[in-house]
Design a protein around this ligand. Structure first.
Ligand code: CP
Ligand code: NVA
Length: 304
């Protein structure tokens, strides 16, 4: 059966752990200057219906480093933007490519594409989930603090695609996740179901930060929600991650943000540019963790 990566729940906890370990290994290999090209002649298709810096460059550079190639496809200059059915596009593209990543709006578009694709499909962000970012976040935490199991993560802000992927990560790796979101901006019930004791939704950021080892936030208005910016600025006014808030967490707590960030909105400049912030290591790890993902989905992951 074709393996897809549409959410973190597509992997078993053991697969997720070994993928993170492999990402650390691939990073060391790359930094030592060794050439490692298991994906020679393989081609990744990259469908982007939304903007991207990190995801595009990390997948494209990752494929080249693994010996393959990547093709960037945007709806503006393909038939995807002119209404060609997803089912047909999936059949055609997967007959020519070895693996495909998609960044789109509706999660159901991705699911339909995967259903009709004969090759692995990767979720490169939908309105509902951003699992590739979690691979990088989990790798970063592991590098700096070791196993995340039993640790406490505070999510401050919108119950959005990133928050939803943190919920899945907490299910898989068994850490405590405290989500502080304003009323009406909580994560979706369908993502919180079935209920886990280690995942709590609240409205008070101070409560969420208690004993936290990792603090994470994201923009208040995600891509596609720009028209809600003003309403959201009002709703999220008390959810900015400031240095005062950071003091409620453990003194060695880390700060992460998937980027791009808005300093002075969801996070104060002194926090995101401060000593607890690991945002650039987190961003770099997109490259290494997705190389591990590409290897895994294409069946090249060496036995551990
Ligand atoms: N974090 C992230 O996915 O960044 P891009 O939107 O730049 O790809
Ligand atoms: N929540 C953000 C993440 C961007 C990487 C968005 O969907 O725009």
């Amino acid at each position: 059966m074709t393996k897809h990566f549409l959410t973190l729940l597509d992997l078993s906890p053991d697969e997720l752990r070994s993928l993170i370990n492999r990402a650390v290994e691939l990073k060391t290999l790359h930094k030592s200057g060794q050439i490692y090209e298991p994906l020679k002649n393989k081609v990744l298709g990259m469908v982007f219906e939304k903007s991207s810096t990190r995801t595009r460059v990390s997948f494209e550079a990752g494929m080249i480093q693994l010996g393959g190639q990547a093709i960037f496809l945007s709806p503006r200059d393909t038939q995807l933007g002119r209404g060609e059915p997803i089912e047909d596009s999936a059949r055609v593209l997967s007959s020519m490519l070895d693996i495909i990543m998609i960044r789109t709006f509706e999660h159901s578009t991705l699911e339909t594409f995967a259903k009709y694709s004969s090759v692995p499909v990767i979720n490169a962000l939908t309105d509902l989930y951003h699992p590739c970012q979690l691979l990088a976040d989990l790798q970063t935490f592991q590098e700096l603090r070791g196993d995340i199991q039993g640790k406490t993560v505070a999510w401050i802000g919108d119950g959005n695609n990133m928050c939803h992927s943190y919920i899945n990560a907490a299910r898989q790796l068994d850490f405590q996740l405290n989500i502080a979101a304003p009323e009406n901006f909580e994560p979706l019930e369908e993502v919180l179901t079935p209920k886990n004791n280690n995942i709590n939704v609240m409205h008070d950021p101070l409560q969420a930060l208690n004993n936290a080892d990792l603090i994470v936030t994201d923009v208040w208005a995600s891509m596609g929600q720009e028209h809600e910016q003003k309403v959201r600025e009002r709703a999220f006014a008390n959810y900015q991650v400031t240095s005062v808030l950071m003091q409620k967490a453990k003194s060695d707590a880390l700060f992460m943000h998937c980027l791009p960030a808005h300093r002075g909105e969801e996070v104060a400049a002194e926090v995101i540019d401060g000593p607890q912030s690991v945002i650039f290591q987190e961003a770099e790890n997109r490259l290494h963790s997705q190389k591990a993902l590409l290897e895994f989905l294409m069946g090249y992951m060496p036995a551990s």
